[in-house]
Design a protein around this ligand. Structure first.
Ligand code: B12
Ligand code: SF4
Ligand code: SF4
Length: 314
């Protein structure tokens, strides 16, 4: 297969970034994964030990090549200003769950490709798609495919999309002819806005992140210590602070993916509305978003903590 054929179909499917990578073990990321694991910074969401995470063949034994994709979710909407106390959903939970959106796009891409192959009598490509649902290191594969660099805020940053994009990967059982990707050079320089902006100093030297201080993690964690409870700020799910301050995330183009679009009231609902959610409303409003996966109880708990912490500071 020729990489350009994938590129053409990806553009037609609304995929913003695409790159290719070899399925040799992801050794370049191993030291970072080991260091993090040894520091006790694993979250339980990683799905495997460092050595297992770099092994593509473990999850798809017939893999011969990999494709990394990126889809932007960046958008600006008018904030709602009224006298209600509101919480925030971070960008990760805006619109339809990114696991679903990216998996759908990648499956569409592969189906379109296999349809074209079928017309010319070629055998279909066997493949598997992954979005944050396997031990694989999504940012690591995208880095190897040349989609961006690792910022000090831990995010993968692309020169066009900033860091507001999700990453998916496809492993295929055929060889792909592609030019060896240029690894993107780190562009942080002396900047450390993200480290300074993080309200709990969760970010450290050497691309480290202490989850017990990270709001994004704490809004998803089932049981919190009282110190952790105090660290939840105004976020109901996720956190965007270290991305919002990044110079690479200013003046970005709005996503063309309609499934991610929301309005100000949805992104920042009243706490009262969350605290009085019925199961039925939770399912219909949040069941298909990324914030739905931890269930109603955690969302309501987060709203209670935002309320409690606000009262403490008033
Ligand atoms: C666990 C997890 C979390 C945890 C821990 C995050 C963390 N920084 O480790 C928590 C819950 C806190 C979290 C939060 C968020 N997450 Co998250 N998360 C993951 C998950 C499941 C694993 C990440 C992981 O392995 N971390 C361990 C570290 C060591 O690995 P890493 O983050 O990939 O970082 C690499 C760099 O440190 C790197 N490295 C650093 N410097 C260098 C230099 C060189 C030369 C090399 C080779 C490597 C290297 O080595 C590491 C391994 O590749 C991935 C999905 C997946 N399966 O990969 C999504 C993922 C990383 N998350 C994502 C997102 C969107 C977020 C949030 C923005 C959501 C939000 N708004 O709240 C925040 C951002 C927080 C932050 N500042 O990182 C996206 C990242 C998109 C992007 N453009 O970067 C991912 C890839 C999901 C996806 N498929 O789109 N997440
Ligand atoms: S996501 Fe929020 S809490 Fe976590 S490191 Fe970034 S700014 Fe800090
Ligand atoms: S805010 Fe500055 S240091 Fe942090 S990721 Fe962006 S460019 Fe790098």
């Amino acid at each position: 297969m020729i990489g350009d054929e994938f590129r053409k179909l990806a553009e037609q499917s609304g995929i913003d970034l695409i790159g290719f990578f070899s399925v040799e073990p992801l050794k370049e990321c191993l030291p970072y994964l080991i260091k993090r694991h040894q520091a006790g910074f694993s979250t339980g969401f990683e799905g495997g030990e460092p050595e297992q995470r770099i092994d593509y063949l473990r999850v798809f034994p017939s893999a011969k090549a990999g494709i990394a994709i990126g889809i932007s979710n960046y958008q600006v909407f008018e904030a709602v200003v009224d006298d209600r106390v509101r919480g925030q959903f971070a960008s990760v939970s805006w619109g339809e769950d990114y696991h679903r959106v990216l998996s759908r796009k990648m499956n569409e891409l592969m189906e379109a490709l296999n349809d074209e192959r079928q017309k010319s009598g070629a055998l279909p490509i066997q493949y598997q798609v992954f979005v944050d649902n396997s031990p694989l290191v999504d940012r690591g594969s995208a880095y190897r495919a040349g989609l961006g660099f690792f910022g000090k805020n831990n995010c993968l940053i692309n020169h066009q999309l900033g860091s507001f994009f999700f990453i998916g990967q496809i492993l295929v059982d055929c060889h792909i002819v592609f030019e060896q990707p240029q690894l993107v050079k780190n562009g942080c320089g002396n900047c450390q806005r993200c480290l300074d902006a993080c309200p709990n100093q969760a970010l450290g030297e050497g691309f480290s992140l202490d989850p017990s201080k990270c709001i994004s993690y704490l809004t998803q964690k089932k049981t919190l210590t009282s110190d952790e409870e105090d660290r939840i700020s105004t976020y109901l799910y996720g956190c965007d602070i270290c991305q919002n301050v990044c110079p690479y995330n200013q003046q970005l183009k709005q996503t063309r993916e309609e499934a991610f679009l929301v309005d100000g009231d949805t992104a920042s609902p009243s706490l009262e509305g969350i605290l009085t959610l019925t199961n039925k409303v939770f399912k219909s409003c949040y069941g298909k978003t990324a914030s739905g996966w931890r269930g109603k109880k955690i969302l309501v708990r987060n709203a209670q903590l935002i309320w409690k912490n606000k009262k403490r500071h008033d």
